[in-house]
Design a protein around this ligand. Structure first.
Ligand code: NAP
Length: 286
């Protein structure tokens, strides 16, 4: 099977390349950070998207590229909607042109966080610009593609040259730095490798619809950080619990946007890992 992966220079795209079976052909794309064998494709340029997808003629597009800086999206609203919303529409149209399936990577932030343990059937209510623009991507995908899936993840982490929450925590604690972590934001931290495997499963089992492809835990950021310290044998006393009101962030964050993963586990017979399992796997391949 031939896959075209946007965001190949990012965390998830990079881990998709790592976990892919050799039998598959992968084309990975970047925008401003060429990495390894990635090809350039600015997804906000509709002509460029159309040309590259017609030339590569993939069976499946896994669309990971996004404007992922949640706070920056509040300042650069048009850019956020262009990258996360409109560009998803361009890719969906291009996918339709070559009869490719399209899997769009979305976020737990489509929910407002009032309830938690969200199922795919729960009503969305995105709060900030990042969340709204990513939801716009979900809408545009369904408008233009007839063979689509949405894979929602939450707090992605894994080994990558750019820091993510988990690798930042490991760095700080290894350097004996104290860190302040919120106790009142709950989600489902997701090892990028496990999410990547779930996306291949969706493609290979030729599934359509929405799937929560997140870590199999409903956990506060503080408790997750303690698990990181435990698995990586780091000093837990350096982790200070704080509440969100003491940690001002520009974009609104849902209080509990944790995702229920039972649909993918039942329908695809695919296991989403707990944080402990994922962190141990990450530790083993350092
Ligand atoms: N990170 C999280 O905690 C999290 C949580 C929930 C959902 N998600 C979703 O998961 C997906 C993957 O996230 P990630 O953390 O792996 O992302 P990331 O590491 O921040 O990488 C973002 C990627 O998007 C690409 N990109 C940005 N603008 C582009 C443009 N105009 N044209 C083409 N490519 C562009 C970047 O390319 P260059 O670097 O080459 O410019 C980069 O490869 C995203 O859809 C994100 O919304 C992430």
């Amino acid at each position: 099977m031939k896959f075209f992966i946007t965001g190949g220079s990012g965390l998830l795209g990079g881990r998709i390349a790592t976990v892919a079976d050799d039998e598959h052909e992968l084309i990975l794309s970047h925008n401003s950070n060429p990495t390894g064998n990635t090809v350039k494709c600015d997804i906000t340029n509709e002509d460029e998207v159309k040309k590259i997808i017609s030339k590569e003629n993939p069976d499946v597009i896994i669309h990971c590229a996004a404007m992922t800086n949640v706070d920056l999206c509040e300042d650069e609203v048009d850019k956020a909607y262009k990258i996360n919303g409109d560009a998803t529409g361009y890719l969906a149209k291009a996918a339709e042109g070559v009869n490719a399936k399209m899997i769009y990577v979305s976020t737990d932030f489509v929910f407002d966080g009032k309830k938690g343990n969200y199922k795919e059937t729960d009503k969305v209510n995105p709060l900030g610009i990042y969340a709204k623009s990513k939801y716009d991507g979900e809408v545009q995908l369904q408008r233009y593609s007839s063979d689509w899936a949405i894979a929602r993840v939450s707090v992605l982490y894994g080994w990558h040259e750019r820091l993510n929450f988990t690798t930042w925590v490991i760095d700080e604690l290894r350097n004996d730095n104290e860190i302040n972590i919120v106790t009142d934001q709950i989600n489902s931290p997701t090892l990028a490798d496990n999410a990547a495997e779930a996306m291949f499963e969706i493609a290979l089992q030729d599934k359509n619809g929405i799937y929560h492809t997140a870590g199999n835990d409903l956990i506060s950021r503080y408790d997750f950080t303690r698990e990181i310290a435990e698995v990586f044998d780091l000093d837990e006393t350096l982790i200070n619990p704080i509440t969100s009101d003491k940690f001002v962030q520009k974009a609104p964050r849902p209080r509990d946007s944790s995702l229920n993963v039972s649909k993918i586990e039942k329908e695809l017979n695919f296991k989403m890992e707990t944080c402990k399992e994922s962190l141990e796997r990450m530790h083993d391949c350092e």
